[in-house]
Design a protein around this ligand. Structure first.
Ligand SMILES: C[S@@+](CC[C@H](N)C(=O)[O-])C[C@H]1O[C@@H](n2cnc3c(N)ncnc32)[C@H](O)[C@@H]1O
Length: 395
């Protein structure tokens, strides 16, 4: 269980760890199910740490959370009569951190752990080659700076893989607005066709437009490294300033992965919104010397960036859903609709289902198979058509 008190002064890590801690218990049973054919779950952490851990038992480190969740999942699978091998490959460059890591992982006897001292760049290809093809791989790339991700190609491109990459947006943004060279970033961010004009394009953009363009490019390039159709991202903000610090870009080839991702994303954004709301209230208390007057009425202020991102995500999803139905006059099935919308918009599968229900209730879309109000959300085979005449009556 993550305790926010371990994260004072490094709240961004709380968002990242909340995501991991929510995502992995939902992900593991899906990817090692009998249907998937994988009998081994493999966690690869290329920049493992430990890094600024306060908890005393590594519950506030990425590898600590991952190995704990893997141990739990292994026990659950055993209760179901399945034997699943849990394997971790952890890389750490700093000698002191590495020594601490090798001692820390002894706490997790149910996971077969391999620790590598040296750089991620140096070890990535050998780790990729060592993992059996029947294993499912979850690759976490969480550097402090911006490495050249092309070194990790072998890990990213493998089948049965999902990736979570911490993209240091703040560095990329600063670089895009300057004449500086940053070969480790230029190399892979420039990896799409179209020469180098992207830098000039970015330099002309400002604020959220530039943020969207840089993130979009990073998502596209990373997705292409392993033919991933889905590459959504989580925005992690600076604690005291309304500015993005980094983006956690997630790569998956399966719509089911998107569902799990967006649920964990929402939990991470709620955490971010709550601590930022509390921090702002604290700051106001200090500067005004007044206690209650400006206290937030809720744990999440609706105007806070992450809270806004969630609300805007739902609005964008509604628009995109209607647009897709409009673009398909012969009708379109729900399972052809929702994955692209979840990829593009900050919305959960359940949230999007509620939006679809609302559009259906209002008569804005027609869904012949949706015969009863008792069906709360659309089923995959439901076919959506645009209503000839949008109505405002609510069913
Ligand atoms: C941001 S911290 C990792 C935090 C960790 N993922 C977590 O969530 O708890 C980055 C770590 O990578 C290590 N490191 C830096 N450059 C590296 C490299 N090229 N290869 C491997 N490790 C590196 C640092 O010593 C540090 O421990």
């Amino acid at each position: 269980m993550i305790d926010s008190r371990w994260y004072d002064g490094r709240e961004q890590a709380l968002v990242k760890h909340t995501f991991l801690d929510t995502y992995m218990p939902a992900q593991i049973p899906k990817v090692v199910s009998p249907a998937s054919g994988a009998d081994t779950f493999c966690y690869v952490d290329l920049f493992a740490g430990p890094w600024q851990s306060q908890s005393g038992d590594y519950s506030d480190t990425g590898f600590g959370i991952a190995l704990h969740r893997m141990s739990q999942a292994k026990a659950k699978q055993a209760e179901l009569g399945r034997s699943v091998r849990m394997v971790a490959h952890l890389v750490e460059k700093d000698p002191r951190n590495f020594t601490e890591l090798t001692v820390a992982v002894k706490r997790f006897a149910d996971v077969e752990v391999h620790c590598y001292q040296g750089t991620a760049e140096q070890h990535a290809a050998a780790i990729a080659a060592a993992i059996p093809s029947r294993a499912f791989r979850f690759v976490v790339i969480d550097p402090k700076g911006v490495p050249d991700v092309r070194h990790f190609q072998r890990l990213i491109e493998a089948e049965r893989t999902e990736v979570l990459l911490n993209f240091m947006f703040q560095f990329a943004n600063r670089f895009a607005g300057s004449q500086d060279r940053m070969p480790t970033l230029e190399g892979w961010l420039g990896g799409l066709q179209g020469g180098n004009e992207w830098r000039a394009e970015f330099a002309e953009l400002r604020g959220t437009e530039r943020e969207a363009a840089i993130s979009e490019r990073a998502r596209q390039v990373l997705g292409r490294m392993g033919s991933y159709p889905y590459a959504p991202a989580i925005t992690v903000d600076e604690t005291d300033v309304d500015r993005p610090l980094y983006k956690l870009i997630y790569l998956t080839r399966h719509p089911a992965g998107l569902k799990v991702f967006r649920d964990a994303h929402r939990r991470a954004l709620e955490t971010q919104s709550e601590y930022r709301t509390a921090k702002k209230a604290d700051l106001r208390r200090h500067t005004t010397g007044m206690d209650d007057m400006f206290a937030p009425l809720t744990k999440m202020e609706p105007g806070e960036r992450s809270a806004r991102e969630m609300a805007e995500g739902e609005a964008k999803a509604r628009k995109m859903l209607l647009q897709r139905v409009t673009d398909n006059p012969a009708g379109i099935e729900w399972n052809s609709l929702w994955p692209a919308i979840l990829d593009a918009c900050v919305v959960t599968h359940a949230g999007l289902g509620d939006i679809a229900r609302d559009l259906w209730s209002r008569g804005q879309v027609v869904v012949p198979e949706w015969q009863s109000k008792a069906i709360k959300r659309p089923k995959d085979e439901f076919r959506f058509n645009l209503s000839a005449e949008p109505q405002s009556t609510v069913r």
